[in-house]
Design a protein around this ligand. Structure first.
Ligand code: BG6
Length: 489
């Protein structure tokens, strides 16, 4: 059985941020929980002239800085003996040949292998090609070979297709794991459980009862030291094409025929993406926070948005006529990812004291982070008065499951890639379908038809234009998670 074989995890770009910030803490945590096979090795491939010892020290420092709460000196001592450093050049096919010999020596027999591409995206194709040329991608009796690709997956549709083609030239789809770390978040996974493990929500999860859906992924940090990358990417490529589209898919897709079958889930997502009407530029808002243009490594006249809001329409039976509003930005008032399902008003308000204009209809808020949980807002009679007020029925992960800490998204995703469970990874057609929706926006924003570049104060909820996007249809953004008041903008 291949599952019982030892495993080698090879991290390309091992001297980078992701390795010590996320990957090693995730592997250490899995090790601590006994989830890694008894025999495993982690090999860091990078260009710098480091020794195994120095690599281990760096990773230990990373643990202390980013995962102090889970660090245990004694356990680390044992764990770190499985960490190895291989000095190699990502552009050199010869170094991949050397790595093959190195791995064969280290493994001393058959072993499964997980290749993790934690490098800048321009190295993805050369690495994959070299893996192919060195015979490192072939699966046989010697164990499986999986490859994990970090984001960004392409810069637009064309480059994503080229990247998919290059990877498919070496690996089969079942070997490929394209990361979107939002799918590893417990609360994102809970969306499907919430919808399909309960009877009371799904019957009203449609155009007959829902007025609109809002997806907010707000960040309080600005672009900081990532300005160089960010100014080339912008919020649509950085957040919408991947994270927001995946959240949208989970909220809006039809039930998959099986939860065990990754393709059943991914088929439904692609079907959903293909039902989204091309987005009208008039339904888009782009903005930059005040001060962005002055940030180091941002082009002086940059037109890169740090904030965007979009209105989407889904042309299918379930969602016809229900607008989906998506927004995301940097330097906003708080870090908060939430999905709001705003229900319709009751067909008739029979309480004369309730003002129709002011009336708040029911809202269900799925709080992805930081206060993971679900809120259901409904109206209750105010004691002694003939009127109502909105009250909140709340579920919080931390209090309901207080014994269980929420695992980091990377821990879950790494373990799934090891187990061969691709349900939480994006498939090539899903990635391309999402790009097909985003490309026309990015291109349209470079033409005269683009909406003006708005600005917003750092620490605010974004530009006024984003409120108008909903306001013109008598709606407004809601923000319910982590607070006890109603509307928020
Ligand atoms: C990354 C983006 O994919 O997601 C970052 O590149 C962003 O710009 C990050 O800050 C947000 O992730 P999270 O898990 O902190 O919401």
């Amino acid at each position: 059985m291949q599952e019982n074989l030892p495993i080698t995890i090879i991290i390309f770009g091992a001297s980078g941020d992701l390795t010590h910030r996320k990957l090693i803490p995730a592997l250490f945590s899995s090790y601590k929980k006994g989830k890694l096979p008894e025999k495993f090795n982690v090999v860091g491939f990078a260009r710098r002239d480091w020794s195994h010892e120095y690599f281990r020290e760096q990773l230990k420092d990373g643990m202390n800085e980013f995962a102090e709460e889970m660090f245990e000196e004694e356990l680390w001592e044992v764990f770190q003996r499985r960490l190895w450093y291989f000095k190699g050049d990502l552009d050199s096919t010869a170094d991949f040949e050397k790595m093959r010999a190195y791995l064969n020596d280290l493994e001393d027999g058959h072993s499964n292998r997980l290749y993790y591409l934690a490098t800048a995206p321009n190295f993805f194709v050369p690495i994959v090609k070299s893996l192919g040329q060195a015979g490192l991608a072939r699966e046989g009796g010697n164990g499986w070979r999986h490859v994990v690709i970090e984001k960004p997956f392409g810069h637009d549709l064309k480059s994503a297709q080229e990247l998919n083609d290059a990877i498919h030239g070496v690996f089969l789809e079942h070997q490929i794991y394209r990361i979107d770390h939002y799918l590893g978040k417990e609360t994102a996974q809970n969306i499907l459980y919430f919808r399909f493990a309960n009877t009371i929500f799904e019957p009203i999860w449609n155009r007959n009862y829902i007025d609109n859906v809002q997806i907010t992924v707000a960040e309080s940090v600005d672009v900081g030291h990532r300005a160089g990358y960010y100014d080339q990417a912008g919020v649509v490529r950085d957040m919408f094409q991947n994270h927001l589209m995946q959240l949208l898919a989970l909220v809006a897709m039809e039930p998959p025929s099986s939860f065990e079958d990754a393709d059943a889930i991914r088929n439904e997502k692609v079907k959903l993406f293909n039902s989204i009407r091309p987005i009208d530029l008039a339904d888009t808002v782009r903005a930059q926070y005040d001060g962005y243009l002055q940030a180091e490594r941002v082009a002086p006249h940059s037109q890169t948005p740090t904030y965007a809001a979009l209105k989407l329409n889904i042309d299918n039976w379930r969602w016809q006529g229900v607008p989906f509003y998506l927004r995301s930005g940097k330097a906003l008032t708080e870090k908060c990812s939430e999905i709001i399902i705003q229900f319709k008003k009751p067909p008739q308000l029979m309480f004369p004291s309730l003002d129709d204009g002011d009336f708040t209809s029911n809202a269900l808020s799925i709080c992805i982070q930081p206060d993971e949980g679900i809120h259901l807002r409904f109206e209750a009679k105010v004691p002694d008065l003939k009127t109502t007020d909105s009250v909140d029925m709340e579920f919080h992960y931390r209090s309901s499951f207080s014994g269980n800490t929420l695992p980091d998204a990377y821990e879950r995703l790494l373990m799934n890639a090891i187990r061969g469970d691709a349900a939480l990874f994006t498939r090539s057609d899903g990635i391309e379908a999402a790009w097909r929706l985003m490309d026309p926006i990015l291109q349209g924003w470079e033409t005269a038809a683009a909406p003006p570049m708005a600005t917003y104060e750092p620490g605010s909820w974004g530009p006024v234009a984003a409120n108008e996007l909903l306001g013109k249809n008598g709606r407004s953004w809601r923000h319910d998670c982590g607070q006890h008041t109603g509307n928020g903008r």
